[in-house]
Design a binder for this molecule. Structure first.
Ligand code: PAF
Length: 279
């Protein structure tokens, strides 16, 4: 596996490549979720490129940019083992040089994480667009855990006529159901135990719903569940919403496209999760 730090060097390396390129953009501190995307790319392409770049412009002022976990050595070992060909690790100055153009998307980023983290998707779209232009992949891989991000990126690719196939990799969970995330490392023992609430909520709505049911009725059940099961001293809800997973709109009735979207603070750590309601 080659480690490349500059755009020039990466472009040179890839210019020789006439084969299909798969791309997995990440912010590093990799876990099995990232690796499953890399493995998918390795299976579906001749060359796999993974980027590790903690993108400053997708973090809000009071978020965790300054303490975002990092372990490039461990990441490199994991990537090499998964069959990745090139890891691209640029400095911030390599990616941003007095950037004046920022991408935005209407409607799809007004809700859920877009509403709670203003500017977040602008930062994500801008960096992903730049990385797509640098790597020029045929396929790019994103995790289902960040489902709204996947939808927003798919729309960018469609609207800006990128010739890239956007692929999704399923959520990889710990044994007790907690979705794998680089941010799980922030949790202390007590918080780690409580963080299982997110997966329990998904399981609860799966048990309590059926196609054709009124969304409002399921939301009422969900609220009752949250009142009973949420310990406010450690866990704080950011949002728990039922939306259609094609346009992220709230629909009147539950269908096979209904998905629950969750964001909770467990201590100071913000965790997200989601899942189809009807399996
Ligand atoms: O999902 C992430 O890790 C990031 O949002 C991404 C897509 C690498 C852009 O910085």
């Amino acid at each position: 596996m080659k480690t490349i730090r500059t755009i020039k060097e990466l472009k040179k390396e890839l210019s020789r490549c006439r084969e299909s390129i798969g791309f997995v953009p990440t912010m590093g501190f990799l876990h099995k979720g990232h690796i499953s995307l890399v493995e998918k790319s390795v299976n579906e392409n001749n060359i796999t490129v993974c980027s590790i770049f903690v993108n400053p412009i997708q973090f809000g002022k009071n978020e965790d940019l300054g303490r975002y976990p990092k372990d490039i050595e461990r990441d490199s070992i994991m990537l090499e083992k998964a069959g990745c060909d090139i890891v691209f690790i640029p400095d911030t100055s390599e990616i941003y040089n007095e950037q004046k153009v920022f991408l935005n998307i209407k409607n799809l980023s007004d809700s859920l994480c877009g509403k709670k983290r203003p500017g977040h998707f602008e930062g994500v779209l801008t960096v992903v667009c730049k990385l797509f232009n640098i790597v020029r992949p045929h396929k790019a891989y994103f995790g289902e855990k960040d489902y709204q991000q996947y939808i927003v990126i798919k729309k960018m690719v469609e609207d800006l006529n990128f010739d890239i196939d956007i692929r999704i990799g399923e959520i990889i969970r710990e044994e007790d159901g907690l979705a794998m995330s680089s941010r799980n490392v922030y949790l202390n023992d007590e918080e780690r135990k409580r963080s299982i609430l997110l997966y329990n909520i998904i399981q609860f709505v799966r048990k309590s719903s059926f196609i054709g049911q009124k969304t409002e009725e399921l939301e009422n059940l969900l609220n009752e569940y949250l009142i009973k099961n949420m310990d406010n001293s450690i866990i704080r809800m950011d949002y728990a919403e039922i939306r259609n997973d094609i346009d992220l709109e709230r629909k009147k009735t539950i269908s096979e496209n209904s998905r629950i979207f969750l964001a909770f603070f467990v201590g100071n750590t913000r965790l997200i999760d989601n899942g189809r309601i009807i399996l």
